[in-house]
Design a protein around this ligand. Structure first.
Ligand SMILES: Nc1nc2c(ncn2[C@@H]2O[C@H](COP(=O)(O)OP(=O)(O)OP(=O)(O)O)[C@@H](O)[C@H]2O)c(=O)[nH]1
Ligand SMILES: [Mg+2]
Length: 375
């Protein structure tokens, strides 16, 4: 038997099939096993997790280009036309129209093409987009941009036909006037898209991993838990409603990565009364949660009574019956109350966090290959 004090491994049982007790083995061998096992686990978990089914098509919110200011775009286009046309050409004025209209056409095309097709978005992203922007208005706005893009092509093709009746200089002046007025016409659309882009870019890209969602009333310590268990650094404040978007961190346990989502605080009220910020938490629970940590602050320091927080817990439990839920009574460092169920934790000191995570992960953990041989 190989013995080394460097690493104690549970994996030896895989290496030496039939050997049932833990053994010491050398580092290099372990690394290979860890990598392989990790890969198998990830594959298996990906098949089980909700995100696999809903996140196949990734929206490209982060790739949406910024909308240009019409005046700046016009200046750029006319400047390029001035600089790049062939001065010796007999059709130089028409060439200028080509260069300017072409640049604008491509800029507008970029915006339209890089916007995700809302009708093909996975439900989770569609729902989140709908809480953040006016999707119908955005579709109409994109149609206007596309109209302006097509108009640039029309201006180019008409400039040739007009040569029969007008001088090239007249045609160019007329075309420049038309280009400017089209861009002024779509100015409100470009402004709208600028705002929309800003909002859509705040929607996080969900990874294809088992996912833990942290919920609870405002100010109970959800973000503090996320920052304790992952390297994510969400905003933490003493007042409620600090978190306004979904915040993501990655937790690694037993060589498996879990995605942890911190959500905006929820009040105990029916869905139709929830505001758009609260709805983001509901969409995360509905579409991507494989396991839930529900946080309760029994000290009341959060500003909300415990019975209301318990009611919210019951509602979430009822609504998302199929998703395992673990209850965490936070801020243990501030009180001595005994809790009948759930976990007493302190996100501030770290007390109780490990046990809470073990229980949260247990229902979504896969069977580990080495455990099979240890039985
Ligand atoms: N003493 C103590 N304070 C805590 C603990 N956890 C969080 N806090 C404090 O509680 C306040 C709220 O914490 P957050 O993590 O921002 O709470 P949240 O639930 O994310 O709040 P919202 O985003 O507004 O819903 C902050 O002042 C934290 O420092 C804890 O375990 N002990
Ligand atoms: Mg928060």
């Amino acid at each position: 038997m190989i013995q080394s004090n460097t690493v104690l491994s549970r994996y030896t049982t895989i290496l030496f099939l039939g050997v049932k007790s833990n053994t010491y083995i050398i580092n290099g061998v372990i690394n290979v096993l860890v990598q392989n096992t990790e890969k198998q686990q990830t594959n298996q978990i990906q098949n089980n997790s909700k995100t696999n089914k809903t996140m196949e098509k990734k929206p490209m919110f982060k790739k949406i280009p910024d909308s240009p200011e019409p005046d700046q775009l016009i200046d750029r286009a006319f400047k390029k036309a001035r600089q790049e046309h062939n001065q010796k050409s007999k059709t130089k004025e028409i060439e200028k129209i080509h260069i300017a209209a072409d640049l604008i056409k491509h800029e507008l095309e970029k915006i339209v093409n890089k916007y995700p097709n809302f009708d093909q978005l996975p439900e989770f992203y569609y729902d989140l987009a709908a809480t953040t922007i006016d999707i119908d208005k955005t579709k109409k706005t994109l149609a206007s941009i596309n109209w302006a893009r097509n108009m640039m092509e029309t201006i180019i093709s008409k400039s040739h036909k007009k040569r029969k009746t007008k001088t090239d200089l007249e045609i160019r002046k007329e075309a420049y006037g038309r280009i400017s007025s089209i861009l002024r016409e779509i100015e409100p659309d470009l402004k709208h898209l600028k705002q929309t882009r800003k909002k859509l870019r705040q929607i996080p890209q969900i990874k294809n991993m088992p996912t833990i969602v942290i919920t609870g009333y405002p100010n109970v310590g959800k973000s503090t838990i996320l920052s304790r268990i992952t390297s994510s650094r969400p905003k933490i404040e003493t007042y409620p409603f600090t978190t306004k978007n979904l915040e993501i961190g990655i937790l690694e346990k037993n060589y498996v990565k879990y995605q942890v989502i911190d959500t905006p605080g929820l009040l105990d009220r029916p869905l139709h009364k929830r505001n758009n910020i609260e709805k983001k938490a509901i969409h995360a629970l509905k579409h991507v949660a494989d396991s839930i940590i529900h946080v309760i602050d029994p000290t009341g320091r959060c500003g909300y009574p415990e019975d209301k927080q318990e009611k919210l817990y019951q509602e979430i439990k009822q609504t998302f019956k199929k998703t395992p839920i673990t209850k965490a009574y936070n801020k243990k460092d501030l009180h001595k109350k005994e809790t009948k169920e759930g976990h007493s934790i302190s996100a501030k000191t770290g007390e109780g966090i490990e046990k809470l995570l073990e229980e949260t992960i247990k229902p979504i953990e896969i069977e580990k290959p080495w455990e099979k041989y240890q039985k």
